[in-house]
Design a protein around this ligand. Structure first.
Ligand SMILES: O=C(O)CCC(=O)C(=O)O
Length: 268
């Protein structure tokens, strides 16, 4: 099975259908150079302060020679305003998550990831691995996206994916020939289902690979990234109602109720 690839003008319903079938899909031409530059510019001061993992421990989830920062709602208005609620992402989430969460889906993780020369392959995993309550193959809980800020090539650590593995039972392991690099030019996005085996590829080149990962989950599960601690209240107040809902600052039916007089500091 291969990785389906489409251009940005393809109907979103075709892209979502291909994602459901293969478990992953690349869409090219969704982020222009100006937006990519704004993202790296806004994140540069925090990225520069973040140490690169120098020592590689093969047992560790995060390989050496990589670095990452999360809390992108707090750190990048470009990511927040242009990527988090991107219309294509919304269509994909509506197709694959909304049937399992009638009151809406939410941002699960936001992070910028750099894979440097010499980084090894990351251990293959599924975004839905924390939800051990459900046996494999699980119902759809998560949809993930990786936005290519630089080119993603096989030699610079393009994400490894195992097409079709979102439908596998627990005892099915990936054969080497089934593990593919999701190569894509800068400005493209890779979507994958939360049940898909994937991980960062090894970087044997001299370049750093830079991507923004945004994942989404059913509104009734715990978010992997704690947005209540990662996004300051003043920043929450700046978000549109739509973004506030997606980032998780809204109720899901009765879940997550709060007292607005405390949250806003205004008395009734
Ligand atoms: O960097 C990548 O390509 C994938 C990253 C990933 O899967 C993770 O950090 O969980």
């Amino acid at each position: 099975m291969s990785i389906p690839q489409y251009s940005a003008d393809t109907p979103a319903s075709d892209i979502a259908a291909a994602l459901g079938e293969a478990g992953c899909v690349v869409v090219t031409g969704v982020m222009d150079a100006e937006l990519r530059q704004s993202i790296t510019g806004e994140l540069a001061p925090d990225m520069a302060k973040t140490p690169i993992i120098e020592e590689d421990d093969p047992e560790e989830f995060y390989p050496g020679r990589t670095r990452r920062i999360s809390a992108l709602v707090a750190r990048s208005t470009s990511v927040t305003d242009h990527l988090i609620a991107h219309p294509l992402t919304q269509q994909v989430c509506e197709t694959h998550l909304l049937p399992n969460c009638e009151h809406g889906y939410q941002l699960h993780v936001s992070a910028a990831l750099e894979v440097g020369p010499g980084a090894r392959e990351q251990i293959l995993h599924r975004e839905e691995d924390p939800f051990t309550f459900f046996p494999l193959p699980r119902p759809s809980i998560i949809v993930a996206s990786m936005w290519a800020v630089t080119d993603f090539r096989a030699d610079n650590g393009a994400t490894l994916v195992v097409p079709g593995s979102h439908k596998w039972p627990a005892d099915r392991e990936a054969e080497p020939g089934e593990i593919l690099n999701a190569e894509m030019p800068a400005g493209a996005v890779l979507y994958w289902m939360g049940g898909l085996l994937h991980g960062a590829g090894a970087n044997t080149s001299r370049d750093w690979r830079y991507g923004v990962i945004l994942t989404y989950s059913l509104g009734w599960v715990r978010q992997e990234e704690n947005q209540y601690l990662d996004v300051p209240r003043e920043r929450v107040a700046e978000l549109s109602p739509e973004l506030r809902r997606i980032v998780g600052f809204d109720m899901y039916s009765a879940l997550g109720f709060y007292d607005p007089t405390v949250a806003t500091g205004k008395s009734t």
